[in-house]
Design a protein around this ligand. Structure first.
Ligand code: ADP
Ligand code: MG
Length: 710
């Protein structure tokens, strides 16, 4: 019976100090690794397992190779070396004492006490031979106590917190024993769901992950706990999505107006099929009374801006306003220039004027907008005379209020947090929620998108405008052919970017290095060409001027830091040189490369410099191999793991502890499916109060706040 079991919330309410044998010392140690409640404790999962039936015995260790063995300490002694270092020497044997091994530890005097006679420990290290005997120097040591079972769980331990695996093991065992003795774990996941996905019950899962009797049990337990983690996230997201759709009043836009059509007519090109399809999806959303909440995934250069403008215009033609938020000044400027030009000469209906219409007004608001200008814009927004507002974070500041904000587009969503999304939704005095479209700069894998943006509907722009020739990319250790290629392109009337080494630790250093690169090139390889310099410390006026000169072709080569990473759009630029490319991530390199190849002139991208690690090498090879952003996104996830995409989410208790967006892709999809069914069409999880409560329990506070706000 589900009600009879112990709920996770009850364990959360129990401090670990309620367990037998947890004194102040251990409590402090546990606190040091983030464990205060019994729930924390049972969620403190083993780092690995030692299968005693299969683990290497001392006899099978090979000299020169790394190995893992379970041993018993025979004796330990300490002496000083001639150079004054402490040297702890430990002699260990197989548990059945047939073979032995020497361990030496330099400058770790506590090892003498840690490895006292008779203790059992798991060692991991490289095996050497010293004076004819096997030896490990400074191996990793996990104390496992005198656990007997066949499988020994090894917990993450912390020297700093003075916490040892066997202590955790003992406490977890005690916690599980007490839960089982009372009622066992409650299992809030409906039986039919468990059966469909072949999942073990929760009691079995916690037992299997901590005290398995076979590695098969560990695998079963892991599947279940992974599912639980992902299900909680999906329930929260689906629920949030429902709340937004049902709980707030949006604007049912009239999509029959003529402005979007006029705009499309005026473009110098035909929309791609993908653009047409996505615009139709968006307008369909916008026509509904529930607020749109949608993510647009599209590769670099797929033409997201045109789609964004169609959304903004749909709002404007019905008498509302649109806001377009970009992550950087350069990009906001560029969008402002581009959009104002695209919409130049268009009019909006205005019955208060003689002609019944007035020119459409696009304004730019950033942190650098002067006070006077800002005041005029803010007034215009409140009166409804500013139709489209483009800008940076300045858009979501206090005091910026709209007469009737109908649609919001956020470009390069990964640079903004959930809170900022929420802030733009609150910009209408009457509480109506504008339609929202967020756009990614670079694609992220499907399952990752489902996890990070699971409260959004997703549209995909999976087609590049016709005639695009994929940028030819190469990885160069020698610079001179690169500069030769740059000179040739400039000769042919094209332009180039040179991106300077990324120095994340210090903007000052990065600026210095950009200045150095600029001076070197101007006086050397690119002497005689017209160079421009752009970095984070260049003032606004100068930045604008430099970009203007580059756009107009008066600058041949733009030497820059990553301020040009996203969105910059100068079709005549055909060469991208990235110096010290190994310092950049895949998404960044893909973005940078996306700055060229934006017209029918073939583009080239040079990645310059060595690769210090195997991972860096794989990154660079991937960029050279493919220009498909969706494929690169998968590679990135494989190489770097979830931290990169989870970003802001990796805070609360809702962290992915066992689940991996890489390995557990199919479970993400399963969890999504189940969440959609459980939350149901009517909205809410009324029929599953225990699950709902658990989701609440695992929600971080920030997220709970967010939910309240929306
Ligand atoms: P991104 O999706 O990277 O933001 P942009 O919106 O900046 O891409 O578009 C890239 C370039 O392609 C721009 O110069 C834009 O004018 C152009 N473009 C967009 N759609 C089309 C199309 N259907 N046909 C030709 N060119 C297009
Ligand atoms: Mg863009």
């Amino acid at each position: 019976m589900a009600e009879a079991g112990v709920a996770l919330r009850e364990l959360e309410a129990r401090p670990v100090t309620d367990l037998a044998g947890v004194g102040e010392g251990i409590a402090r140690s546990l606190h040091g690794v983030g464990v205060t409640s019994v729930l924390d404790l049972i969620s403190y999962y083993p780092r690995r397992y030692l299968d005693r039936t299969r683990e290497a015995t001392l006899g099978s260790l090979k000299v020169g190779e790394e190995g893992m063995v379970l041993v018993r300490v025979e004796k330990a002694s300490t002496r000083r070396t001639r150079r004054g270092r402490t040297l702890v020497e430990v002699r260990v044997t197989d548990p059945d004492e047939t073979e032995s091994l020497n361990l030496v530890f330099f400058n770790q005097p506590w090892r003498q006490e840690q490895l006292s006679e008779g203790r059992e420990a798991v060692l991991f290290g490289k095996v050497d031979q010293y004076r004819g005997r096997l030896q490990m120097t400074n191996p990793l040591v996990d104390l496992v106590g005198d656990r007997t079972g066949r499988i020994v769980a090894v917990y993450p331990q912390s020297e700093a917190a003075r916490l040892h695996s066997w202590e955790v093991d003992r406490l977890v065992a005690e916690a599980l024993r007490r839960v089982m003795k009372i009622r066992g774990f409650a299992d809030p996941v409906p039986v039919d769901v468990r059966n469909r996905y072949n999942l073990v019950g929760r009691s079995e899962a916690y037992h299997g992950i901590h005290r398995p009797s076979s590695m098969g049990e560990v695998a079963e337990a892991r599947r279940r706990l992974v599912f639980d983690e992902l299900l909680r996230i999906q329930l929260e997201l689906v629920e949030r999505k429902h709340a937004m759709e049902c709980g707030s009043a949006g604007v049912a836009h009239d999509i029959s107006g003529a402005m979007v059509g006029q705009f499309v007519e005026r473009l110098g090109f035909d929309l791609t099929d993908a653009q047409r399809r996505v615009i139709a999806e968006l307008l369909d959303d916008m026509a509904r009374p529930a607020p749109m909440h949608r993510l647009l995934q599209g590769d670099v250069g797929s033409g997201k801006t045109v789609v964004a403008v169609a959304v903004l215009l749909t709002a404007v033609q019905g008498g509302h306003q649109g806001a377009f938020m970009a992550p950087t000044e350069v990009l906001a400027d560029q969008h402002h220039l581009g959009v104002a030009e695209l919409l130049n000469g268009m009019t909006v209906p205005d019955p208060s004027t003689l002609l019944g219409s007035r020119p459409l007004l696009v304004a730019l608001l950033t942190s650098r907008t002067t006070a006077g200008e800002r005041r005029r814009i803010v007034d215009g927004l409140a009166e409804g005379t500013v139709d489209i507002l483009i800008g940076t974070h300045a858009l979501i500041q206090e005091g910026v209020e709209f007469a009737s904000l109908g649609a919001v587009v956020i470009d390069e969503q990964h640079r903004f947090g959930v809170e900022q999304r929420a802030a733009l939704r609150e910009k209408n005095r009457d509480g109506t929620v504008p339609d929202l479209l967020v756009m990614t700069a670079t694609p992220i894998p499907r399952t990752a998108a489902m996890t990070v943006y699971g409260d959004l509907d997703v549209s995909v722009l999976d087609e590049l405008p016709p005639g695009r020739i994929p940028v030819a990319s190469s990885w160069e250790s020698d610079e001179s052919p690169v500069w030769e290629a740059v000179r040739e392109e400039v000769q042919a009337g094209r332009q180039a970017y040179v991106v300077c080494p990324l120095i994340e630790e210090s903007e000052a250093l990065e600026v210095r290095s950009a200045e150095d690169v600029f001076a070197d090139l101007a006086g050397g390889e690119l002497a005689g060409l017209r160079l421009g310099l752009l970095h984070g410390r260049v003032g606004r006026a100068e930045k604008e001027e430099t970009m203007r000169l580059f756009r107009s072709g008066a600058i041949d080569v733009l030497v820059a830091t990553t301020v040009i990473e996203v969105g910059v759009d100068v079709a005549n630029a055909t060469v991208m040189v990235v110096l010290d490319a190994a310092r950049f991530g895949i998404a960044q390199l893909h973005q940078l490369r996306g700055r060229v190849g934006r017209s029918d002139h073939p583009g080239r991208c040079f990645l310059v410099g060595g690769a210090p690690t195997a991972e860096a090498e794989e990154r660079l090879r991937a960029i050279v191999r493919t220009t498909d952003g969706f494929e690169l996104a998968e590679v990135d996830l494989d190489l770097r793991g979830e931290g990169t995409v989870m970003g802001e989410r990796q805070k609360g208790r809702n962290d992915l502890r066992l689940a991996s967006l890489r390995r557990d892709r199919e479970w993400v999809e399963a969890a999504r499916e189940v969440a959609l069914v459980l939350v149901g069409d009517a909205g809410g999880m009324m029929d599953y109060p225990d699950l709902a409560d658990e989701v609440r329990l695992f929600l971080g506070e920030a997220e709970a706040d967010y939910l309240m706000k929306s």
